[in-house]
Design a protein. Sequence first.
Length: 185
Amino acid sequence: MTVVRRAVEFLFLRLLRSRLGVALGIAVLVLGVVGGARLAAGPADPAAGLSNRPTDPITTVHPTTGDDGAISTTTTPSPVTRPGQPAPKLVAERFAVAWLGHPGQAVADWHDALRPLATANLAEKLSGAEPVGSSAGAVTGEVTIRPRGETIVEATIPLDGGQLRLELLAPDGRWLVDAVDWSRG
């Protein structure tokens, strides 16, 4: 009986008071809880989980409901110009020429040349800007127009010093430049 007593004393007085003993005790407790839960739950259903995939796609919207996605298969409406007003391509060409300016051009003259072709918002943003001058170079190709709707288009103009991208708006059928983006190339 002394052997059993010594074994119990060793177990409770030395082994369970050490970190290793505490870790072993926690592991036995966790395994006991998990094993007991599995026994109480019964056998697993082999048809459950990823092996039981639906044959049809899962939808949350009725198939006859209209398309509300970001990608549209409809065509973009053509830009609308008020009779007697220049088309967006011509406005973009004129703005590019005015934006490039000419050597020795005064800042006030540069702003005066841009103002009739720009929205009030853009004219205000450009009020503190100076002409780009020779750093942008000259127009080297045709203006490319990409319609975004009836009243908004994007124009791209190749320059020998980069590329000029303009956004034009025409809420009332008169095209004006609303945003300028120039990237050096």
